[in-house]
Write a protein that binds this ligand. Structure first.
Ligand SMILES: Nc1ncnc2c1ncn2[C@@H]1O[C@H](COP(=O)(O)OS(=O)(=O)O)[C@@H](OP(=O)(O)O)[C@H]1O
Length: 408
């Protein structure tokens, strides 16, 4: 009792009250300054980059504590997906997601959930032309609008355009991308020939998100001629469908050469094409020549895949009659015939078919400058000698594929 009456008690209480209020203050200021910000604040921080707010808000708030560096990464990712379509991706990632990179953004529990809101259904990229096949890799998910909140995930490709270089592979890919049931990687991935050691999971993450009915595809023309590739593709999937765009091998060789000349100084075509110009012996070690021996390359592929899994697309028809050729391709892929002659017009200046403008977009779209270059004049006798060289291989190829391409 004596103690209760002790005058020191009120002082102790005062001290405890003081300490408590300091603690409360600390907690309140922590909440104000360090907790993940609300999305409005983040958008201000991003100075008007509303795209980020709409696309990555959830993730940004999750990673906000890690600071500005990760915020920038998310910004890049938002660009990376182009932020034009509603994609709700639920994808499994390893339990430890590791450092963030464009494909490895995740929650601590190893799952991820991105909501991409459609901001511009008439995005000019909707016709998605990329004029250079060598662009740095990334996923171009711009082409097929998905309605909101559909479940999508990245899958290994069910269809690959495996060749041939300079056959018209870019045109085929871009035409196919008009189809709502097709989703494709824009740049060439080069997984099976150059980046195989990265592993299938790396490859899968390069693919765009797809919903159940959609086909995932990519194109890398060098697959057709690379020795190791058929076995590697087979190890990924024995059911994959393979598209090969072929073109008169002589014109193809000249096209290949034209591309080389556009990049570096090189010898004249005829100096490269023949071991000895006088004897006219064709130099099959020159890749521009070797690629055109289609029958030889196909033999290797047929050791792994039945002919029924291939379609040989005519590069010539793709130019002269794109609607019809695309009809055959869609038939082969088992998808509705959506891409037709209605989508194309012949551009006189370019000398090639281009895509009509899409509703709401301002201009039509042609392939870029690296496609449809003017070829150098090659002496007729050089052309003739090459035709003679290729003829037996062409005949064999027609026989193997069951399609006569009528190359001269
Ligand atoms: N619509 C359209 N516009 C422009 N070019 C077209 C088109 N359709 C097919 N082609 C032909 O495609 C040739 C290039 O083939 P690829 O796309 O397979 O080349 S690459 O291997 O990816 O570099 C390209 O070869 P070059 O004419 O030598 O440039 C064209 O002949």
């Amino acid at each position: 009792m004596l103690d209760l009456c002790n005058k020191r008690w009120p002082r102790k209480l005062l001290l405890i009250a003081c300490l408590l209020s300091v603690l409360v203050c600390v907690l309140i200021s922590y909440r104000e300054c360090c907790q993940p910000r609300r999305r409005e604040d983040l958008a201000d921080w991003g100075r008007g980059r509303n795209m980020v707010r709409s696309v990555w808000d959830e993730e940004i708030s999750e990673t906000f504590l890690s600071g500005r560096r990760q915020y920038r990464m998310h910004l890049q990712q938002a660009r990376y997906v182009d932020a034009n379509y509603n994609i709700d991706v639920r994808d499994d990632l390893p339990a430890n997601p590791g450092p963030l990179d464009p494909d490895r953004r995740g929650r601590r529990d190893g799952t991820r959930r991105h909501r991409v809101r459609q901001t511009n259904p008439h995005n000019p990229l909707a016709f998605g032309y990329r004029d250079d096949e060598d662009r740095s890799s990334g996923t171009d998910a711009t082409l097929n609008p998905l309605s909101s909140n559909l479940n999508a995930s990245r899958k290994l490709p069910q269809v690959i355009i495996i060749g041939v270089k300079k056959g018209g592979t870019r045109a085929l890919l871009e035409y196919l991308r008009l189809h709502p049931d097709i989703r494709a990687v824009g740049p060439e991935v080069h997984f099976f020939d150059r980046k195989y050691e990265n592993g299938l999971e790396w490859y899968r993450r390069k693919m765009p998100p797809t919903i159940a009915r959609q086909i995932t595809m990519e194109k890398t023309p060098s697959y057709f001629i690379t020795r190791e590739v058929p076995a590697r593709v087979y190890n990924m999937s024995r059911d994959v469908k393979l598209l090969v765009v072929v073109r008169d091998p002589v014109t193809r060789a000249i096209s290949d050469y034209t591309q080389t000349v556009s990049k570096k100084n090189t010898k004249r075509f005829e100096e490269l094409a023949f071991i000895n110009n006088a004897t006219g012996l064709v130099d099959t070690s020159w890749s521009a020549i070797r690629i055109g021996v289609y029958a030889k390359h196909l033999e290797r592929w047929l050791q792994y895949f039945p002919l029924s899994q291939f379609m040989f697309v005519s590069g010539e028809e793709l130019i002269s009659n794109p609607g019809k050729e695309m009809g055959l391709v869609q038939n082969f892929l088992g998808i509705k015939k959506v891409v037709s002659e209605k989508h194309f017009y012949f551009n006189q200046t370019k000398g090639f078919p281009c895509l009509k403008k899409k509703e709401g977009s301002s201009s039509p779209h042609c392939l870029g400058r690296t496609k449809g270059r003017a070829h150098p004049d090659i002496e007729p006798n050089v052309i003739q000698r090459l035709r003679d060289f290729y003829r037996p291989f062409n005949m064999k190829f027609y026989q193997m594929t069951g399609r006569n391409f009528n190359w001269p």
